[in-house]
Design a protein around this ligand. Structure first.
Ligand SMILES: Nc1nc2c(ncn2[C@@H]2O[C@H](COP(=O)(O)OP(=O)(O)OP(=O)(O)O)[C@@H](O)[C@H]2O)c(=O)[nH]1
Length: 357
């Protein structure tokens, strides 16, 4: 791999799952606070060695937090792993399994699957399992080095259990939020046109079919407007593609502004838009199309490059008929649109009554 290639691969790995690293930072804060509590608890219980172990832990979390802020994620993860693994081993060998320090190791199970690719997380999971079992077996053969009173042991166990339960709840909440937001993004990508934020053609076809099924049941009128920007190629050629994109966005905005909230609007093709107007007759739809045409005509658009331009649109309007189908209704609006283009553009044309499918 070239140097630039490996740099960018490293960059991608670092920037992957930014929310996960945010949560890792929050976990460092929580863990360091818990270790501050442990410092006092162990002093109180008369275990100064364990109290000072927590000072080392707090320092490790502080460095890990600092490293996460600088995207030194490998260093941060290494420190967090080392802290939990060593802390569990020291806590268990000093006070025993019943202190509950082993619970913290389980927090790594979801964390390692979320943070690593599967080829790394499976071996890491196996090592973690081996370590956990190894610690447990150790307590069968060796007595704790510095046992504490059984009430204190119980209190410590409950404290550790509560912290780990809370952290599991926090991680689950993070996971749920992440999955829901990814789902929302995917859904948006699948249904909308990225430039204009209108529905894309595929989703509009799906919505149109649903709307027409409603028409079949209720018999309420449904109308279609196909709208096309006049001489759009000239705008692109004269002012550049960026100005063309700007015009498409503005036209999309004006169409939405001039129609009702229940009307469906999509980018149907390059510079062509389709609106489906439920509960609307062809005459009412033509009034809506006129409003859009006039709304656009009255404006002087200043492009991001500072060019002032005027633009016009042509539109064709049709109404769904009994025993019609979607394509036929849109084709009739399309033919009306092209009559408008041939007739000089900047106009709204209705489908011809004799126009079949
Ligand atoms: N900027 C930009 N241009 C696009 C996009 N999609 C399609 N186009 C352009 O839209 C233009 C459509 O041109 P034509 O089909 O000739 O239509 P026109 O110039 O509007 O002419 P009439 O429709 O006859 O008035 C082409 O130049 C396409 O490159 C887009 O997403 N952005």
């Amino acid at each position: 791999m070239s140097q630039a290639g490996s740099e960018s691969a490293r960059e991608t790995a670092r920037d992957r799952k930014p929310r996960f690293w945010q949560v890792a930072k929050r976990c460092c804060q929580i863990a360091a606070s818990v270790d501050v509590a442990f410092f006092f608890i162990f002093h109180y219980l008369g275990s100064p060695i364990l109290a000072w172990v927590n000072v080392v832990s707090i320092t490790m979390y502080a460095v890990a937090y600092w490293a996460l802020g600088r995207k030194l994620n490998v260093l941060a993860v290494g420190l967090i792993w080392a802290e939990v693994i060593l802390h569990a081993a020291i806590g268990i060998s000093m006070i025993g399994w019943d202190a509950g320090f082993h619970y913290y190791l389980m927090l790594f199970i979801p964390a390692l699957f979320v943070s690593m690719p599967l080829k790394h997380s499976v071996p890491a999971f196996t090592v973690l399992w081996g370590y956990y079992v190894g610690l447990y077996l150790m307590t069968w053969f060796f007595e704790p080095l510095q046992p504490i009173a059984s009430e204190a042991l119980l209190a410590l166990n409950l404290f550790n259990l509560t912290v780990v339960f809370s952290m599991f709840a926090y991680l689950s909440f993070f996971y749920l939020r992440n999955v829901s937001s990814a789902h929302r993004k995917l859904q948006q990508m699948a249904t909308t046109d990225p430039l204009t934020r209108l529905f894309n053609r595929r989703h509009m076809t799906y919505l149109a079919k649903k709307e027409l099924a409603r028409f079949e049941r209720s018999g309420h009128p449904v109308s279609f407007i196909v709208l096309d920007i006049d001489h759009f190629k000239t705008i692109n050629d004269q002012y550049g593609h960026e100005a063309g994109d700007f015009v498409l966005q503005e036209v999309a905005r004006v169409i939405q502004e001039q129609l009702r909230a229940q009307d469906l609007v999509a980018r149907w093709g390059g510079e062509e838009f389709l609106a489906i107007l439920p509960d609307t007759t062809i005459d009412e739809a033509s009034v809506g199309a006129e409003r859009i045409r006039k709304g656009l005509l009255g404006n002087q658009w200043t492009t991001p490059g500072g060019d002032v331009l005027e633009l016009t649109v042509s539109a064709g309007v049709s109404e769904y008929r009994p025993d019609d189908d979607l394509n036929a209704a849109i084709n009739r609006a399309d033919r009306a649109l092209y009559r408008g283009k041939e007739g000089g553009r900047n106009r709204v044309e209705l489908e011809a009554a004799e126009d079949g499918a």
